[in-house]
Each structure stands twice: as C-alpha cells, then as structure tokens.
Design a protein around this ligand. Structure first.
Ligand code: NAP
Length: 254
C-alpha cells in the first residue's frame, strides 16, 4: 500500500514514523520546504511544492498512491484545497488529519478574530506591547499598526526591519509554561496574538497568559474544503488507513 502524507506538523511526522514500521506499507512524507534546516524523521521524504492541483494529481498517479493523508497545518489552506481537488481528479481516497482547535476556558480573556488584518485592528489605537506568535510569514498585516511594540517569536530569523518596533526572539517549540510566564513578565507583554493552531507544543503560552491575566487575540482557522473525511488523531488516521481496500493485513492489526 502506497501512502502520501502531506506534512509539516508533528502529527504528520508521528504518523510517518508509525507507518515506517509496518511491512507492506510504503509511506512518503511530503514537506513544503519552508524551513531551511527541518528536523527530518528517518522515513522516505520528498521536499517542495507539486505545482498546484495538476502537479499533485500527476504525482498521485505517477507514484501509484493508494491513499492520501492531508496532515498539514490547520492554517495551510492552499495545500488542503489542492489535496481535495487532486484526490478527486486522481480518484485517490483522502483523509484530513486535523488537530482539534484550542478552546477558551475559565480565566481566559480571548477575543476571536477572522484573520491577521482583523487581529492588527483589534490591538486598538493606543500603543501596546504585543507578543506576536503568528509565524514569520504573517507579519505584514501588523505594519498597518506601527504604534505597537512587537515581541515576535519565530523559528527562522526575520529581517530587522520586518516591523518598525520590534524585539525578535528566535526559538523552536516545545515551550513550557514557566518559561512562557517568565518571558511575558520580562518583556512586559500586554497582549498575546496567536493563530488557533491547537498544538500541544505551543499551548503553554495560553496557560501563561491566563495566569498573568493577559488578553489574547486568537486568529480563527481558515475554512477547510467541503466533503473531506476528517480525523483528529494519529490513531484515527491509522484506523482510516486500515479500512482502505488496499490495506495489508499488517496495517489492520495496529
Ligand atoms: P499553503 O499556503 O497551504 O501552501 C502553499 C503551497 O506550498 C502549496 O500550494 C504547495 O505548493 C506547497 N505546499 C504546502 N504544503 C506542502 C507539503 N506538505 N508538501 C508539498 N508542498 C506543500 O501552505 P503554508 O501555510 O505556506 O504552509 C507550508 C507548510 O508549512 C505546510 O506543509 C504546513 O503544514 C507547514 N506549516 C504551516 C504553518 C502555517 O501557519 N501556515 C505552520 C506550521 C507549519 P504547490 O501548489 O506547488 O504544490
């Protein structure tokens, strides 16, 4: 059974590692190539875009892929739309592995917004110290609100002039709550801006904000393509793959 995993998340890597142990299964992990030195797991990997829907559909046919798993990040909307269209064109069954979103609990002071521009507007007119954890490719929207000081944390370095008032921090998840609280206190953070990625590795910033009573501007997830079967965990994705007609016995037992 040949499986293509669209990755870029810890769930995709975990699923690729599980599948690499199963005789009769050949899973290929696909990464976009955004990270300059990604931590690659010891599984067959391909890197770079396919060239849109047609490119992905051709790849599925050429590689004789039996099943496609879209385990990309919840904010990677284009590749998920491409996966839906290409799977339809190529007649390949598709499942989306999407981690559940974070939900506000007691003590949380969240304001949900639809996108980055709304997040920038939601910061208001008065200058604030903003902890911005939306990724280095999403900073442009905040140029429209130059009165704020942005403490920007990214995995990859950013340009010194990415935003007018900038404190740049380079760090890679996972983070822990104690360190997040220390960072927020040290930088005198007044508001946190984040995407609702739902990731465990980055959730401690929300607990830290709750503990320090810091408000959060939560950017909601983009819409997913209609009609795609969705599961929330690696185990559920394995169960879906095991129910595929091409699944070997070895996969049925896991
Ligand atoms: P995107 O806007 O949805 O996709 C843009 C293009 O990148 C796609 O059209 C595709 O190019 C290529 N691409 C994306 N994911 C790919 C994959 N797994 N394998 C091969 N090509 C891929 O994606 P994005 O938001 O830039 O995210 C890029 C990658 O980073 C994704 O793999 C995602 O899982 C990961 N990531 C994203 C975020 C985020 O916040 N967006 C956060 C963490 C990780 P072609 O059209 O040429 O095929």
């Amino acid at each position: 059974m040949r499986i293509l995993l669209l990755g870029g998340t810890s769930e995709a890597t975990a699923l690729a590692l599980r599948l690499s142990d199963i005789p009769g299964v050949h899973a290929i992990l696909s990464l976009a190539g955004r990270t300059t030195s990604p931590r690659l797991p010891p599984v067959p990997t391909r890197i770079g875009g396919f060239g849109g829907v047609d490119g992905l559909a051709s790849y599925l046919a050429a590689e004789r892929i039996d099943a496609l798993v879209d385990a990309t990040h919840p904010f990677a909307a284009r590749i998920s739309a491409n996966a839906e269209a290409a799977a339809r064109v190529a007649g390949v069954p598709l499942v989306a592995l999407v981690r559940p979103p974070w939900r506000a609990g007691e003590g949380d002071r969240w304001r949900e917004v639809a996108d980055m521009s709304e997040a920038a507007r939601a910061l208001g007119e008065a200058p604030r110290r903003v902890f911005l954890t939306v990724g280095r490719l999403e900073l442009d929207a905040f140029r429209a609100a130059p009165q704020h000081l942005y403490i920007v944390r990214t995995i990859e370095p950013i340009a010194a002039d990415a935003l007018a008032n900038l404190v740049a921090i380079e760090d890679r998840p996972p983070f822990d709550e104690e360190a997040e609280q220390a960072l927020m206190a040290r930088e005198r953070v007044e508001v946190l801006v984040t995407k609702n990625s739902g990731a465990t590795a980055t959730a401690p910033k929300l607990a830290a904000a709750r503990a320090l009573s810091i408000p959060v501007i939560m950017v909601a997830r983009p819409q997913r393509p209609d009609g795609v079967r969705q599961v929330e965990s690696v185990a559920a994705a394995l169960a879906w793959l095991a129910s595929h007609p091409a699944a070997p016995e070895t996969l049925r037992g896991v």
